[in-house]
Ligand binder design. Structure first.
Ligand SMILES: Cc1ncc(COP(=O)(O)O)c(C=O)c1O
Length: 515
């Protein structure tokens, strides 16, 4: 059960000096012995952190980009970053209304009365009014805000949640964050008392979780997602996992659920969500619901998104004591504003004294960046029917959504068409996670090269095609299975070409390592 994590930790220890090498020149390293802060003396918890999404493959992709810029001959013209859900890096167009408001907030001189006539030739009135309203609250994007986030933006987030779930939300229990990542880190830090604190994480998981647990020296308690049932949660397995961990003295306190899933792309059924809530209630476990992909839902009739908060509310009084924190972000959905770093978390059923401590903790960082907060406001409160910008907003969001939906199907179909590859379809999120059976010769060649077999496959793919994906071992996977994660974010007009590259590479790889 713990093998996948144990393996990840071991390989992280091996990987750390390698990563350090990538960032330091050799002359700096030769002087390192005279320094107080060296690779040996530094914080071990930091060295133990592994983050495959930006690991060896991503570093190699970077150096290939440099090679291309220097016109070195390579078998491809472009490196395609499918290792990270970063839509605008692959040319997804930002939502016009959002950028209009943001640009006015950045340059308030445009809003002065003498510029109004000229401004109205470039900006719709509702964008101007929204920017003016936001600036009344924040004064300037260059000013610190309230440490929990601008109060009026938190009120808009509360309204957004109420509209989504039909359940009241308290703005005082909503904290704006620098992306969902910083929210997850804050909450995991607060929950972790010492090394015996156990946090349940899915396998496969998004490496933010294992990395943060390494950093705070908490104990990961893995539970496997069931690949043969569209990556569903298996409650028996979860029960067994808690039991085993508790029998070894681990104080299991929280369960992380990613829905829709990363890297696995599943969307949990209502039934599965109820089972999870019931499990947390029974086992007295805090539920951490990572819901950053809540609008990336590609089969809304069969597998709609249900928030954990809504289902918890529907389950009634008996479940009132369940403690839930849910996370959301501006990085995903059709917004895709990853670089702006905005998000929020909402706490339900969390003790008020603990909330005060969290407030104190985030106050030490002063505030989340204000530009990110503005995008949270726009995501929570986009143009409404009847507003001047509504038709364009609807058109842009609809076009991105439909295109993602088509690309999700295309990529799963592409992998399913390859020899020895099976791939669950993406019901949500931005990724597929195909299983690849690798020939024994390839496994041996990988061993010889000191690499995990799926890492070896992905490195060869990068060399041959310029496509950068992430090996399944970076997320954890069932023993003796090999996977990779790829986003389906490459531009649609190039998507067939992209799929053809993958197919050609796979066929050549199999021919090269035929048993
Ligand atoms: C499941 C999941 N949670 C959190 C994050 C982090 O998002 P953010 O950019 O908001 O920090 C990601 C990013 O890919 C993710 O996939």
């Amino acid at each position: 059960m713990l093998n996948a994590i144990a393996l990840a930790t071991k390989s992280s220890l091996r990987a750390s000096p390698h990563h350090a090498k990538a960032f330091f020149s050799s002359s700096t390293r030769s002087l390192a012995r005279n320094k107080v802060l060296t690779i040996e003396s530094m914080n071990d918890a930091v060295k133990n952190v592994e983050y495959a999404v930006r690991g060896e493959l991503a570093l190699k992709a970077e150096s290939l980009r440099v090679d291309l810029a220097q016109k070195k001959p390579l078998p491809f013209k472009r490196v395609i970053g499918c290792n990270i859900g970063n839509p605008q890096q692959l040319y997804q167009k930002p939502i016009t209304f959002f950028r209009q408001v943001v640009s006015l907030c950045e340059n308030p001189d445009l809003l002065v009365p003498k510029n109004r006539e000229a401004l109205l030739k470039l900006y719709p009135m509702d964008a101007i009014l929204r920017a003016e309203m936001l600036l009344r609250d924040v004064i300037s994007v260059g000013a610190y805000s309230h440490s929990k986030g601008v109060p009026s933006i938190r009120r808009n987030v509360a309204k957004f949640i109420e509209k989504r779930d039909g359940v009241p939300a308290n703005p005082e229990h909503i904290f704006l964050t620098q992306g969902a990542s910083s929210g997850v880190q804050t909450i995991l830090q607060v929950i972790t008392k010492n090394h015996h604190t156990g946090i349940m994480i899915p396998i496969p998981q998004y490496p933010l979780y294992s990395a943060t647990l390494s950093l705070f020296d908490a104990t990961p308690v893995p539970y496997y997602l069931d690949e043969s049932h569209q990556w569903a949660l298996n409650m028996d397995d979860m029960e067994a996992s808690v039991k085993e961990a508790r029998s070894k003295g681990t104080d299991v306190r929280a369960l992380c659920i990613i829905n829709p899933g990363n890297p696995t792309g599943q969307c949990l059924s209502e039934e599965n969500i109820r089972q999870v809530i019931d499990f947390c209630h029974r086992e007295r476990i805090i539920l951490l619901a990572d819901e950053v992909y809540q609008t990336n839902i590609y089969q809304p009739d069969r597998k709609p998104f249900h928030s954990f908060k809504k289902i918890l509310h529907q389950m009634g009084e008996e479940y009132k004591d369940v403690e839930l924190v849910s996370f959301h972000s501006i990085s995903k959905g059709m917004v895709g504003e990853c670089g702006r770093r905005g998000g929020y978390f909402e706490m339900v059923g969390i003790d008020e004294d603990v909330i005060d401590q969290i407030y104190k903790l985030v106050s030490a960082n002063l505030c989340p960046n204000v530009q990110g907060q503005i995008l949270v406001d726009l995501m929570a409160n986009p143009p409404q029917e009847g507003d001047e910008s509504y038709p364009q907003y609807q058109e842009e969001v609809g076009a991105i959504y439909e295109s993602l939906k088509r690309r999700a199907v295309k990529l799963a179909t592409c992998f399913n068409g390859m020899e020895g590859v099976t791939c669950n379809e993406a019901e949500g999120a931005m990724y597929v996670f195909p299983k690849i059976s690798l020939p024994q010769k390839a496994i041996e060649a990988a061993k010889k090269a000191g690499k995990e077999p799926d890492n070896f496959y992905c490195l060869e793919m990068l060399d041959a095609t310029g496509v950068c994906v992430v090996n399944g071992s970076g997320f954890g996977q069932a023993p003796n299975t090999w996977h990779l994660r790829s986003t389906f974010l490459p531009e649609e007009h190039l998507f067939d070409e992209f799929c053809a590259k993958l197919e050609k590479f796979h066929a050549q790889f199999l021919a090269k390592y035929k048993d």
